[in-house]
Design a protein around this ligand. Structure first.
Ligand SMILES: N[C@@H](CCC(=O)N[C@@H](CS)C(=O)NCC(=O)O)C(=O)O
Length: 207
């Protein structure tokens, strides 16, 4: 059976867990990473010298990088509904995945780190104003895209383009700070929550 190495509260591990449930692939999971077994242990380093989660082991095939794993699973299960076969639609799907895991995620990270990772007491932690402003700038772009071309990032139907963005959207709503109204993003968050896999691994109370 496929094994996931990585703690279930990691945004990158959660993308993979979400996708595994979307395609209905059974899996085992081991807790590795911050707060659990350190990835510097030899058992982890034997699989990957990069020291980050997630990694999967699929019958001896070891793969890292969350987005690559999501695409591998889509291809493995021939889920062209989730990962279009058409050259241009596929490239657009990938561009949303890349944007969400680079620009959007980089903007979210300082706020998450201030409020959760580095907070002495996350219940009283305050979001840094400059971090919120930068994150909101990117979230407004997402809102605009969903307004113009939604209801999902690739239009009418859910695809893997929505997985990295959906995880950041969960973080946006799950963290408590003053935020601008983003009606299309709020609708998107509810629409994603119609999926059991997102409720299990995304919108599950963990930012
Ligand atoms: N580009 C990598 C990034 C992986 C990454 O940064 N993972 C974080 C958790 S979200 C990690 O392993 N942090 C160290 C730790 O938990 O020990 C991916 O998408 O898989």
């Amino acid at each position: 059976m496929l094994t996931v190495y990585g703690r279930a509260n990691s945004i990158n591990v959660r993308k993979v867990l979400w996708m595994l449930d979307e395609v209905g692939e059974p899996f085992d999971r081991q807790d590795w990473g911050r707060g659990y077994r350190p990835t510097s242990e030899p058992d982890f380093m034997r699989l990957s010298i990069f020291g980050v989660v997630p990694i999967i082991d699929d019958g001896g095939f070891v793969l890292r990088e969350s987005q690559t794993i999501v695409r591998y699973l889509a291809n493995k299960h021939s889920r062209h509904d989730l990962y279009p076969a058409d050259l241009k639609a596929r490239a657009q799907t990938e561009s949303w995945m890349d944007w969400a895991s680079t620009d959007l995620y980089a903007a979210a990270r300082p706020v998450f780190h201030a409020m959760i990772v580095n907070a002495k007491d996350p219940t009283t932690a305050v979001a840094p104003a400059d971090g919120v402003a930068d994150w909101a700038k990117h979230m407004k772009r997402l809102d605009q895209q969903l307004t113009n071309e939604g209801p999902f990032l690739m239009g009418a139907a859910f695809t893997i383009a929505d997985i990295p963005a959906g995880m950041v959207v969960n973080r946006w709503f799950a963290l408590k700070f003053d935020k601008p109204e983003l009606p299309a993003v709020a609708g998107y968050y509810d629409r994603l929550a119609e999926r059991r896999a997102f409720r299990t691994h995304g919108r599950n109370g963990t930012p």
